[in-house]
Design a protein around this ligand. Structure first.
Ligand code: HEM
Length: 337
């Protein structure tokens, strides 16, 4: 699918139209919620999901933010030595996606034993040899992640398990990639309540291990975030943790602008050359004031928040913000009980 280039400043309307609203029902519980990637999903405000990698009006701001974070904390980029082939595989796969979906600004061409990559949005015109790091200005994973808004984790499959052994993650929702790198899929999900007793994570693990070359699925996850902060990783908790208290203790009228519904669209892709799994995580943020312009979303978000069991509320870290969010939706967001 061909998309228009991002030219204008971020527009709240277009953000709402493309927002991947995550609630399919009035009640939200964890599940192995995967569907094939590729086709667009309609919402009450528009649609999302036509492409795996999405470039939107926030492109420049978000890649600048990633650059700033990586400079101040290089541990957000990790690639264990055995994952170097997967990092190349990932880079080329992302370039191919971009060249297919955004041909006006991205092209990839084979020139003898070299590849020529152009990204006009970043004024890049670069020729490289696949697998030869001396022909890139930086390692393949950080090179490609400096040109997309998605975070990436690469999982190795060995000994009947999946291992998160490489990635660039600058926009984590309350976890630490630097801490998790090298851990297994099952270990990483250890702290999540309910998913073990309900078999969600074993089913997801088995599903991922059976993914075949080139197959691609997606799922969503969500939480609430204050002030549209993308980097809510464990490392920077002292910078953003107290904002939750500010929502609880500040004026209710401010909540519509300060509290955001945060959706992650996650793609799970089996890479053809390396057999690694590429996990794309794209974060979308919508302030409650915009959310409330879509009455169905306001109603449903209120119902989901009201019904959410306490262990999930606590795990998601929304104990302080859920109640003010619901109150704002009732007072200013048109939700009637
Ligand atoms: C958290 C499910 C794939 C990494 C979670 C949560 C669920 C979940 C339910 C809790 C989220 C919340 O309440 O906000 C799944 C399912 C998957 C999947 C069903 C596949 C079908 C992956 C993959 C990775 C991953 C491939 C890559 C390593 C994480 C991390 C967390 C998380 C880092 C946060 C854990 C923490 O609190 O430390 N996942 N996940 N997930 N997931 Fe997954």
């Amino acid at each position: 699918m061909t998309r228009r280039l991002p030219t204008a400043a971020p527009s709240p309307t277009s953000t709402t139209e493309r927002f991947p609203f995550p609630f399919l029902h009035d009640q939200y519980r964890y599940s192995t919620n995967v569907e094939p990637s590729g086709s667009a999903n309609s919402t009450a405000a528009g649609s999302w999901g036509g492409t795996r990698i999405v470039i939107d009006d926030h492109y420049r701001a978000e890649i600048d933010e990633r650059h700033r974070i990586l400079r101040s904390d290089p541990s957000r980029h990790q690639c264990l030595p055995h994952m170097v082939p997967a990092a190349w595989d990932c880079m080329l796969t992302v370039m191919r996606d971009l060249a297919t979906d955004y041909p006006e600004s991205m092209t990839l061409a084979r020139e003898g034993n070299r590849w020529r990559w152009k990204n006009l949005l970043k004024n890049i015109d670069h020729s490289f040899v696949y697998g030869d790091e001396s022909t890139l200005p930086e390692p393949p994973l950080s090179y490609i992640c400096s040109q997309i808004q998605e975070d990436i984790v690469l999982l190795d499959q060995r000994d009947g398990q999946l291992w998160a052994d490489a990635g660039v993650v600058t926009f984590a929702a309350d976890w630490s990639f630097g801490f998790d790198v090298g851990m297994s899929f099952l270990q990483i999900h250890g702290p999540v309540p309910r998913i073990h007793s309900e078999g969600v994570i074993t089913r997801a693990h088995n599903f991922l291990m059976r993914l075949e070359s080139g197959q691609s699925y997606r799922r969503t996850n969500w939480t609430l975030t204050v002030d549209g902060t993308l980097d809510t990783s464990t490392e920077t908790y002292p910078m953003w943790g107290r904002d939750r208290r500010a929502i609880a203790e500040g004026p209710l009228e401010d909540v519509g602008d300060r509290l955001y519904l945060r959706t992650e669209v996650q793609h799970l892709i089996r890479l053809a050359n390396s057999n690694a799994i590429m996990f794309l995580i794209r974060t979308y943020l919508l302030p409650f004031r915009e959310l409330a312009t879509v009455p169905d979303w306001a109603e449903r978000t209120h119902k989901v928040l009201e019904d959410l069991p306490l262990d999930m509320v606590e795990y998601k870290g929304i104990g302080r913000t859920r109640e003010p969010g619901m109150r704002w939706l009732r007072t200013y967001g048109g939700v009637e009980l």
